[in-house]
Design a protein around this ligand. Structure first.
Ligand code: PHE
Ligand code: ZN
Length: 881
């Protein structure tokens, strides 16, 4: 484990390297406890460098066995090797030289899951961001692009399968049970995209013919016996390949595309050139074991990693500050793909819910940072919702500002101009300026300035002059180390909705530039006047969530109710109802805190019933619309002095009110939707299940609800329905025999299926109330749980800390105490996973004073631990700052 050096890396300190490595030849002699890595590098001094500056190669925990320069052993006085670096003080004067480095590593002992490690007997690598230096000494930075040839040697019975990046080459036998394979990747790439996999795995194969007629062999490798479970992933891959050709004009470029599913993985998946490595949770699925959400995630993540081949691999990042160059853009691409494969409106609503749930709290708390950060201590901690999700929103805004055609022109120019480059955000913005002739300099602040902008709007209608006026003001709240903010360019899509539900045409507009239904805010304050507006419209703002902002506007409940039914923009229809629900929940929370019974407007409660039954709307949309904001959403909107118990009580009260009022209607609808017949994972079928399961959630709060849920559970023919029923039972009727029995039956049935047991852990970890912490502590001793596996840790501990508001934030602080112990235990093995867990406390300052003090103690306890990793120290210190 790398302990903290306290070093801060700054964007402004970027310098190109003095040396390049045009060619990298690697030989791996694999063995679990002592693998030898022989790296033969062709190194070149960069043009314009005078003299022979020292060559400083990065390492991390390495043991050097041999070093040769141009074929001769290097004298010990000519270099200095530590686990962290290999320095050659006086490299040869010639422009090019060859360096051979042999290191020894122990994959079986690698628990951090960075570099070369073993997962379930399979050798695999993870090199992003700085894992390659745990394999061999190298210029381990993304602007060093090298052509790799990789030779793997291993015992044939231990690893019949030998994979690396690029295209397959020679293979053969080495005698005494060993064999080898050679792989060559013709595309120069940074070290973080290097990958190797070796083991005994089952194969699912297929093929794809590209637009220009080249045949690509596709393969997904999974644990033997699980081949059947990769069908949906393979189908998603082929659809992704076709879509990238059709929508972005991007063809695949190698003869093979390989995906390997592993069960121990720090993140979701990794886009290594031609050899994607996946967390098996994002590959394996069938109706019996995966939910509709799992299917949607598989489709999205397969697409995401595939799309990286162009946005990330062919064009990579100059340095890690530019991470959003590949991530924000690739998330945008995978969002668009899913929108095209499913329902665009429903997808957009889901994206915005995720953004608000994960990115907004980050942007509004101590861990806030710009989409393109300027400094970091540990790059692993910058794979954040801001870089990924807000990064995607920024790309979406570029498209909104330029229009779809000009955006595509800009993208084409990006691929044309930068193919083979390690590029920057400036390069990216430049192509859109050049393609469109627009000035994006103010817009660029979205990359450079942290914080969620707030836009305040006051609307008024003057019936005498037929004028409708919007007074609009923007402000960006201060964030850590950025107290003064500059004014942003905010594209605000809007509509003036008339009494017939149609957008009203206006004669002219003044006070801001308005194009294609978008107001462009550039100043602190705009007074936007629409003339020729005879009737008072309902104003629909930030349609489609055109900008990632918070909006403050006083709107009459009648207007919101009207928009919830009639807004021409489906997202805004959802938003209007969601705003009504949120307002009601905030008021109800206040009531609970004041010792009063929460009360809800009859119109609101009835509207939930009307939307649920509106046959003109998609099932999935209806399901999303009537799903109440989560407890964390309500907490975020309240913003300060949070008491999670009051929020929970308020939310349950609204569930109850909606269920009671709409009881017979919901029951009839629930029956009508019926148990699903034969299963299909498509979006329409999934939407139907989603609506039925939301209805179950409501009906379960009524008398005998546990019996309905138990029936739902036992009649379920797929995991979506089964898990939904189990959740309702465990969360709403935890003490009932029905819940106890269902949890036991589920455990019995799936005890040997790790991914399904994750759901069992998750459901229990999210069980509201005082008892959760003891339950979760007990479950850490369950045979299916393991501190060493990131998926298990995230399911049980991660869910408890980030999705159980009442349990984790228990007033007596026992939730936090348990959390401190667990984070430190995880850190011993895997600092990266521990650091991510620790972000669960980032909003501690919004809690009421009692909990706040206890949360602070917990953070201090972590920071006082000895030998803290750079990863965890960075998070904890920024959170406390
Ligand atoms: N680059 C991966 C992705 O976004 C994420 C990742 C980062 C995976 C770091 C592993 C390590 O697709
Ligand atoms: Zn990515």
């Amino acid at each position: 484990m790398r302990t903290d050096t306290g070093q801060v890396f700054r964007l402004e300190d970027y310098r190109p390297s003095d040396y390049h490595i045009p060619l990298t030849d690697l030989t791996f002699r694999l063995s679990p406890d002592s693998t030898r890595v022989i790296s033969e590098l062709t190194i070149e001094r960069r043009d314009g460098i005078s003299g022979t500056p020292p060559l400083v190669l990065d390492g991390d925990g390495l043991v050097l066995k041999r070093v040769e320069l141009d074929g001769k052993a290097l004298a010990p006085s000519a270099y200095e090797a530590t686990p962290e670096s290999l320095v050659i003080a006086n490299p040869p004067a010639g422009k090019r030289f060859r360096l051979l480095i042999e290191t020894e590593i122990a994959p079986s002992q690698n628990q951090a899951l960075m570099g070369l490690y073993r997962s379930n007997g399979v050798y695999c690598t993870q090199c992003e961001a700085e894992g390659f230096r745990r394999i061999t000494y190298f210029l381990d930075r993304p602007d060093i692009l090298s052509v790799y040839t990789v030779r793997i040697e291993a015992k044939r019975d231990e690893a019949p399968l030998l994979l690396a990046n690029g295209n397959p080459g020679e293979r053969g036998d080495l005698g005494d049970g060993r064999h080898f394979a050679v792989w060559h990747d013709p595309f120069p790439k940074p070290s973080y995209l290097f990958a190797l996999v070796a083991g005994d795995l089952g194969l699912v194969s297929d093929s794809f013919v590209t637009a220009s007629g080249r045949e690509v062999a596709l393969a997904i490798y999974v644990e033997h016996g699980k081949e059947r479970l990769a069908t949906y992933a393979m189908d998603s891959l082929k659809r992704s390949m076709r879509w990238d050709e059709e929508v972005f004009g991007r063809e695949y470029d190698l003869d093979v595309f390989n995906i390997v599913a592993v069960s121990d993985f720090n993140m979701g998946a990794m886009e290594n050139k031609g050899l994607n490595v996946f967390n098996d949770k994002y590959v394996l699925a069938d109706e019996e074991t995966a939910t509709d959400a799992d299917f949607a995630n598989i489709e999205a993540i397969i697409a995401h990693e595939y799309f990286h081949n162009w946005t990330g691999n062919r064009i990579t990042c100059r340095d890690w500050f530019q991470l959003c160059l590949k991530e924000g853009l690739t998330v945008f691409r995978d969002h668009e793909f899913s929108a095209d494969q499913r329902s665009r409106a429903v997808k957009r609503i889901a994206e915005v819910r995720t953004l608000r749930a994960h990115q907004f709290p980050e942007d509004q708390g101590p861990l806030a940072h710009p989409v393109r950060p300027r400094r970091y201590r540990e790059i692993n901690n910058f794979y954040t919702a801001t870089v990924y999700e807000k990064g995607s929103e920024v790309v979406r805004m570029i498209r909104t500002i330029l229009g779809a055609d000009m955006f595509r022109k800009g993208m084409d120019l990006y691929f044309e101009r930068h193919d083979g480059d390690a590029a920057t955000i400036e390069d990216f913005l430049q192509v859109f300026e050049d393609a469109s002739g627009r000035d994006l300099s103010q817009f660029a602040l979205w990359y450079h300035q942290a914080g969620t902008p707030n836009v305040t709007v006051a609307a008024s209608h003057n019936a005498a002059s037929n004028e409708f006026t919007l007074e609009i003001e923007q402000s960006v709240p201060p964030t850590p180390s950025e107290s003064r903010k500059r004014l942003m360019h905010i594209p605000l899509a809007f509509g003036l909705v008339g009494q017939d539900g149609k957008d009203i045409a206006y004669a002219a507009v003044d006070g801001a530039s308005v194009e294609d239904g978008v107001i462009h805010l550039r100043k602190r304050r705009h007074v936007v006047t629409f003339s020729g507006v005879a009737e008072r419209p309902a104003i629909s703002l930030n349609r489609g969530f055109s900008a990632p902002i918070t909006l403050s506007i006083e709107q009459k409940p009648e207007d919101l109710m009207f928009l919830a039914r009639h807004d021409g923009d489906a997202f805004s229809r959802w938003q209007a109802f969601n705003t009504l629900l949120t307002d009601a929940l905030i008021a109800a929370t206040r009531n609970v805190l004041g010792g009063k019974k929460p009360a809800f407007a009859k119109e609101l409660v009835e509207l939930a019933g009307i939307i649920a039954g509106d046959e003109t709307l998609e099932h999935a949309f209806r399901a999303l619309a009537i799903s109440l904001p989560g407890e964390a959403d309500i907490a975020r909107d309240i913003g300060a002095n949070i008491d999670p118990d009051a929020i929970h009580a308020a939310r349950e009260a609204l569930v109850g009110a909606i269920a009671e009022t709409n009881q017979s209607h919901f029951k009839a609808l629930y029956e009508k939707l019926g148990a699903s017949g034969s299963f299909s994972p498509d979006a329409t079928s999934a939407g139907r299940r989603a609506l039925r399961n939301v209805l179950l959630d409501y009906l379960s709060i009524l008398p005998h609800g546990e019996m309905l849920a138990a029936d739902h559970f036992s009649a379920a023919t797929n995991m979506t329905d089964r898990a939904a029923a189990l959740m309702v039972l465990a969360h709403r009727h935890p003490k009932s025999a029905e819940a106890v029995n269902a949890l036991a039956a589920f455990e019995e049935k799936y005890r040997s299926d790790a991914l399904v047991m994750d759901k069992w852990f998750q459901i229990q970890a999210a069980m509201p109330g005082q008892d959760a912490v003891d339950l979760v502590r007990r479950l850490t001793a369950h045979p299916a749980f393991s501190m060493a596996n990131p998926n298990r840790v995230r399911s049980l501990i991660g869910t408890f800390a980030s999705a159980n508001q009442t349990g984790f934030h228990r007033a007596d602080g026992t939730g936090y105490k348990f959390f401190v112990e667990t984070v430190l235990a995880v850190e011993k093995r895997n600092p990266q996973v521990a650091a991510r867990l620790a972000t669960a406390l980032r909003s501690w300052r919004s809690l009421e004073p009692g909990r706040q003090a206890k949360a602070r103690e917990a953070l201090l306890a972590i920071s006082a631990a000895e030998n803290l990793s750079a990863d965890l120290r960075d998070i904890v210190e920024r959170t406390l700052a």
